[in-house]
Structures are given as structure tokens and as C-alpha cells.
Design a protein around this ligand. Sequence first.
Ligand code: FES
Ligand code: FE2
Length: 278
Amino acid sequence: MANERATRRAESVAAPLALAATYRREVAASLARVWENVHDWEHLPWLHATSFAAAEPLARGPRGWRVRLIAQPGDPASAQVIELDADEPGHRYRVVTREGPGRGSEIRVQLEPRAAHVTGVEVEFHVPAVPPAKLARLGASYVELYRRLWDEDEEMMIARERACALVSTEAVPHEDRRLDLGPVAAVRARVPFLVELGGRPFRVLELDGDLVAHAATCPHRLGPLGQAPVRDGCVTCPWHGYRFDVRTGASADGRRLRLATAPQVSLEGGRVVLHRAP
Ligand code: FES
Ligand SMILES: [Fe+2]
């Protein structure tokens, strides 16, 4: 990492920028998972909803993306155009602000794979030169923001890693096709809750008086739908905001994906029973 640091220092001398702060941490995720996260601009206004209000793609290239990003609380005047320049062989990337507040700033990140599920992260915040007191304040606010963003990213990467591992072990056949949930009144009193049938998680809930089951894993990148809010009959994934009709599993936002087929909910002698589709 020392040579890389020297290279980046040389770059910062060449450009009229000042180093406002450096933030170092480890994340409990593989390097591959971290790269997936870096290239994934779509999660910015969803996973990081407290920081960003909207993100719109402008361009995509071999080394990254260019995105128009609006910070919370959503004032269009806060819009920035930011650009990712990823150097995967070098385990590093830059995010450059091309337009809007902070124009010219560069966030330079060095990654270091330390173990199968541990990656070191070193983030340098380079900004157009400002007085020292302002530079220190700017650096502190960048570090606070990035600590929060990486905390949120790490939580998603860990959950995704776990979900990917579950999917890859699903070669083991699960024969259970029927699940008795108990007496109707007891089920209605418990909803919403999660169940597993055929090795897959589903959520049972009440919708306009009907008991309904829907897949609790998002078909996009295996995001968690088990706790996600349901509004107007649709569930919204917390990772990238894809929406699905919980009754039919169909996309509710015009995208092609749909939820895995949910078990049928039926009443048998006053009991609620789930039947997995054949
Ligand atoms: S995992 Fe991306 S929208 Fe659900
Ligand atoms: Fe993120």
C-alpha cells in the first residue's frame, strides 16, 4: 500500500487539490463483494437514503459510471455529477466530482484484500484548496459521511454474501410442499411473520383482509424483503428500491424481474396451510 500511497501523493501534487482527511477501516467482505458495491451506483439513494435523495445514470464505461446525484433533502441545487474511475488490477478507484458542489474534488480509495472476507479500505479526500480551518472542517464532515456510508455498505455486503451462500447450497432438494401455520385466528394475530418452505424464505402477511405469502428474497441481488414495508399492495426492496406486487410477484415499477413463486395460502378446517407450487 506504501507505493500506492506515494503515487497518489504525487497525483495530488500535480493537481491543485489539498488532502482534507484520510479515513481507514476494514470491512467484513471479500474484495469481489466490495468491487460489486463500488460499481453499483443504483443503491446510493436507497441503501444510503439518509444521505442521498436521487441518482440518475448519465454514462457507463469500462472503468465505471457517471451519475447525477442529489443529496438529501432533495434540493436540485445540490445536484452533483460524479464519476467513478476504477483501477481493479491496482485495487483502487477514484470518484471525481465533475459538476455541482465540491466540483473538482476527488475521493481516492485504496483497497487491500486481507482475508477471504476482510478488505482494508483507505479513503483520501482531496478538495480544491481552501483555508486550513475550512479544510479541517471539510475533512471531518467527509470522514463522518464515509463512516456512515461504509457501515451501511458493509451491512449490505455481509447480508448479500450470506444470501449468495444460501442460494449456492440450494442444490440440496427440499421436498416439503405443505406447511400448516395453525388456526386462522392465531395466524391473523401473528402476521406479518417469516416462514421457510422448500428451503426458501417467505413472508406471510394480511392484505386488505386476505392472508398472503410472498418471497422474502429480492430477485435483483438477493436483498431482504422480509422486513420491507408494504404500501399499496407492493413491497419495496431496501437495497435498490425495486418494487413488486406482493399478491402476484410481478414488478410494480416496469422492470422485468419478478418475485419467486409464492406458496398458495388456503384454509383447511379452520387452519391456514401453505402449499408450495409444484
Ligand atoms: S436487491 Fe436490488 S432491489 Fe432488491
Ligand atoms: Fe454504498
